[in-house]
Design a binder for this molecule. Structure first.
Ligand SMILES: N[C@@H](CCC(=O)N[C@@H](CS)C(=O)NCC(=O)O)C(=O)O
Length: 206
């Protein structure tokens, strides 16, 4: 197996954190966005949408959704458990991971896409960034309530939900948003998760 990605992008960060937490040593191959490699025919054969991360499999096929890749790896390597041990634990973890991805991670990605010079040749609409920004306080307040008294998002150990939230925090900083600044439980969670070896291993500027 091989993961193809661009290390700075948020979905790759989420997957890299997951692999680091699991202690998986799957090799990575760089798809250089700055050189437009994700738009080249060679990569488009692997993922016609031109997006990363992609997991190349031994049978010659590719998985092209980060969450699906994490679920697949979780089935191959169940320990340490990062989705849940019972059907209900897994349902809770998936539910909050979706909450974070849809309501925090994706809006942050929209703000980034619609405001950064890197995408200035694309169809940037500042109003979309503004709308995404305006949506954040309500969901952050809800998340803050959920995190009360918790070291991790949904369990006593890290799960895929922590990886998604931490990747969102890293990406948010690039557009000058500190997701935890007004929310004491998110702030506490962020401070504590930042100390983890997985974060050091992915070796990103925080
Ligand atoms: N649904 C995909 C989305 C992946 C995605 O949007 N990746 C971004 C980087 S975080 C990308 O490759 N964007 C390049 C592009 O769409 O041109 C997943 O979760 O894996």
């Amino acid at each position: 197996m091989k993961i193809l990605d661009f290390a700075m992008a948020p979905n790759p960060i989420k997957l890299r954190l997951y692999c680091a937490e699991k202690g998986l040593n799957i090799p990575f191959g760089n798809v250089d966005f700055k050189k437009g490699e994700h738009r080249q025919p060679g990569f488009l054969k692997k993922n016609p949408l031109g997006a990363v991360p992609v997991l190349g499999l031994e049978n010659g096929s590719y998985l092209t959704e980060s969450l699906v890749i994490m679920e697949y790896l979780e089935e191959l390597y169940p320990e340490p458990c990062m989705i849940g041990r019972t059907p209900l634990e897994r349902a809770y973890t998936r539910q909050i991971e979706r909450f974070i991805e849809l309501n925090i991670f994706n809006p942050v990605a929209q703000i980034f896409f619609h405001t950064q010079p890197f995408f200035s040749d694309k169809n940037q609409v500042f109003a979309i960034a503004d709308a995404a920004r305006a949506k954040l306080p309500v969901v952050l307040e809800l998340l803050d309530l959920k995190l009360n008294g918790r070291e991790f998002v949904t369990a006593n150990t890290p799960t895929i939900a922590d990886c998604t939230l931490f990747a969102a925090c890293i990406h948010a900083k690039r557009v000058d948003i500190d997701l935890g600044i007004q929310y004491k439980n998110i702030k506490h969670w962020h401070h504590s998760f930042s100390q983890r070896n997985s974060v050091k291993r992915i070796n990103l500027e925080l």
